[in-house]
Design a protein around this ligand. Structure first.
Ligand code: MG
Length: 484
């Protein structure tokens, strides 16, 4: 009898253990695939022209970013994370469509970005991440810089977003009458003129209406945060997606009174430190509402630092060059994923891109990516949730519709090089070759010793070109400046 009793107890313990294991596994499944009642919310925090080296956690010595540093220590810090292009419009198109901009025409060798007088915008056939998530019943908001077309049919509310609040293009883009001022202000304007919001007559919009002009850029970052928190508050009982695209630290730089003059790095530091503080407010909101464990937040930037702006531009740290170029400094960005309890803390040195957010978030929401076109995004969820090696091994660096460089694994081959804002183009045959992990600053060309790697990269390019259908150039036509 005694023996039988012990056997029964062991059986119970085993059954209990199986029950606990199964419950935990199912709960893990539910979290990772979100097929049940708890789909993830998604918040993308997208800085403008912030460089790889502009955050404390990415090595900046005097810009203080305690909230982003903490977000990185609680989440995943990616050190090889890329954008789809080195300037605003194509980079944003890549993030929101999961596709290289060359495929949808949101890149051009004539106008590198859209302007307020541009005739076109993101083609309606494109399926944005917001449109994807709408299929799963998400509430969607775009707050901040849009820059995918400012005519009504191209605005966020016609691209899957329920709500829009923001400046529809860059914060230095004046109205059509003053377009000549674009780009000239650094050379010709005094610092006081650059500090005056009236010098940049940009509109602030709510949905499709202009509600303020010029937008008060001193308070714009704070107001973007307030709008985001309000939206989260209103939609806390349903799945939501917020795309908060800051207009800063793109030049001209504006900080609020509380931050102006406080950073040892000067005005650029003031602006980044204010963004850091306000990122903290978003994270605190999610935590205080009990939403943090059910939300994935990602912080990154649209392209590298605008180096021609001298001290008003940011820093790519140890990476070469910056915004506008296909060197690493133009397209590799700080990137932090945060979702307490779901994304284990760590540093990921594998490759990721903003296009992968499209595929990862669509998949997590249970929405298949479109199968009638090439989607460049890859699902990163195994890396996010289980620290698996990144499934991405390739990265294509386009400038306009020309392929300048390709990374395969550790190696990057430059077939064409060009300074960020210079017209001279240099072609390389054989290509320049750098081991990006050993030599992230792209200083030491090792092409002579590695013909087999060049051959391997050439094969990847050939395969890529076989599937490539270039979209019609959506950026070239302008009302005032005409078609070049
Ligand atoms: Mg930018």
């Amino acid at each position: 009898m005694k023996k039988k009793g012990i056997g029964f107890n062991i059986q119970m313990v085993v059954l209990f253990a199986v029950f606990i294991f199964t419950t935990c596994w199912q709960s893990g499944e539910k979290q990772s695939k979100t097929t049940g009642k708890t789909p993830f919310n998604f918040v993308i925090l997208f800085a403008d022209d912030m460089g790889y080296g502009d955050l404390g956690v990415y090595g900046h010595p005097t810009i203080r970013t305690p909230r982003l540093d903490k977000m990185a220590s609680e989440g995943q810090k990616w050190t090889n994370f890329y954008v789809g292009a080195s300037v605003c419009t194509p980079s944003r198109a890549a993030l929101l469509t999961g596709r290289l901009p060359v495929r949808n025409g949101m890149t051009s060798r004539i106008n590198r970005v859209l302007f307020p007088d541009s005739k076109n915008g993101l083609p309606t056939e494109e399926v944005t991440l917001a449109e994807q998530l709408k299929k799963a019943g998400y509430a969607t908001a775009c707050v901040g810089k849009w820059h995918l077309g400012s005519k009504e049919q191209y605005l966020p509310t016609n691209n899957g977003f329920d709500y829009y609040y923001g400046i529809p293009y860059s914060n230095d883009m004046d109205n059509v009458a003053d377009l000549e001022a674009i780009g000239g202000y650094l050379k010709f304007w005094t610092s006081e003129e650059r500090r005056d919001i009236h010098s940049f007559n940009v509109p602030l919009m709510r949905n499709t209406e202009v509600i303020e002009r010029p937008a008060n850029q001193h308070t714009i970052t704070k107001r973007y945060t307030d709008e985001t928190i309000k939206f989260i508050n209103e939609h806390q009982n349903n799945p939501f997606f917020v795309y908060l695209a800051y207009n800063l630290p793109h030049v001209p730089l504006f900080a609020s009174e509380k931050f102006e003059g406080t950073s040892p790095r000067g005005l650029y530091g003031d602006v980044v430190e204010e963004i850091d503080y306000l990122v903290g407010r978003v994270l605190d909101t999610l935590q205080s509402m009990g939403l943090a464990e059910n939300t994935i937040v990602v912080f990154t930037s649209d392209n590298g630092p605008w180096l021609i702006m001298n001290q008003e531009g940011g820093s790519a740290g140890l990476l070469r060059n910056g915004k506008g170029s296909t060197w690493e400094g133009g397209m590799r960005e700080p990137c932090i994923f945060w979702s307490p309890g779901n994304i284990p803390p760590g540093i990921v040195t594998g490759i990721g891109t903003t296009m992968d957010l499209y595929t990862t978030f669509s998949t997590l929401a249970g929405v298949p990516v479109p199968d009638d076109r090439v989607v460049d995004g890859i699902d990163l969820s195994e890396t996010l949730f289980r620290n698996a090696p990144s499934p991405r091994n390739e990265m294509f660096y386009y400038r306009g519709d020309w392929l300048y460089a390709v990374r395969v694994g550790d190696y990057k081959a430059h077939f064409i090089t060009q300074e960020a804002y210079q017209p001279e183009v240099t072609r390389h045959d054989p290509p320049l070759l750098y081991n990006i992990n050993v030599d992230p600053s792209e200083k030491y060309d090792v092409s002579a010793g590695h013909p087999e790697i060049i051959k391997r990269i050439n094969d990847v390019v050939r395969k890529h070109n076989e599937k490539l259908i270039k979209g019609a150039d959506m950026l070239k036509d302008r009302e005032v400046f005409g078609t070049n």
